[in-house]
Ligand binder design. Structure first.
Ligand SMILES: O=P(O)(O)O[C@@H]1C[C@H](O)[C@@H](CO)O1
Length: 204
């Protein structure tokens, strides 16, 4: 069977941190005066949507620090800022697909009983089972909330890479260091949240 991209030579699965995204965003913001209110991802054959933008600032993906590259034929690989109907917009002329090796950043959270941190041997076992993050909470709360028909968004701050040198004070310290980021994230999430009274998981 034929595959969509003509040349799929590089698999783009490297994980990207929040700092990496921030650097890319900062660079873009320093290059254009546009501050988009609307973002349009142009799929195959729809790159011409970007032509409708006025006062354009256009950047090849290859010139944008940290930006992935388009590999699909017909995707120009350009980010175009401009105005449409008086609204500031940005168009991606070229999108990214799982079949190009892109993946969502997601992981598996495992809960240990605590209050002790897992041993190195336990951490290794969990890692071999495919676990990405370990905590001592969250899972029971999610189970109960789901049972009650509530919609749940779980958010964990990863405070340490391993468990051999961690202690609770260290966990709290990372919490303090990241408090501003976490506050911003939750504020943003709540600001965007659509509240409805239909408390069933089907409504998600
Ligand atoms: O908020 P939780 O309880 O998930 O925080 C972690 C897990 C332990 O209670 C504690 C270990 O330092 O922090």
């Amino acid at each position: 069977m034929e595959s969509a991209p003509d040349s799929l030579e590089t698999v783009q699965t490297s994980s990207v941190s929040h700092d990496d995204y921030q650097k890319t965003a900062d660079w873009l913001m320093s290059q254009t005066k546009h501050r988009p209110q609307v973002a349009i991802i142009c799929g195959s054959g729809l790159g011409m949507l970007a032509d409708t933008l006025k006062c354009q600032d256009s950047f090849a993906y290859s010139d944008i620090p940290g930006f992935p590259q388009s590999t699909v034929q017909g995707h120009a690989g350009r980010l175009v800022f401009g105005e449409l109907k008086g609204k500031s917009c940005v168009c991606m002329q070229g999108r990214f697909h799982m079949y190009e090796g892109h993946s969502l950043l997601k992981g598996v959270y495992a809960m240990v009983g605590g209050p002790n941190f897992e041993t190195i041997a336990e951490a290794r076992l969990l890692h071999r089972l495919g676990v990405d993050a370990v905590g001592m909470s969250t899972a029971p709360e999610v189970v109960v909330a789901t049972h009650c028909g509530l919609r749940v968004f779980g958010l964990s701050l990863i405070t340490n890479k391993d468990s051999d040198s961690v202690n609770h004070e260290g966990v709290l310290e990372v919490g303090r260091l990241r408090s501003h980021t976490v506050q911003q994230l939750v504020t943003e999430l709540i600001g965007r949240m659509e509240i409805n009274n239909n408390n069933t998981n089907n409504a998600a």
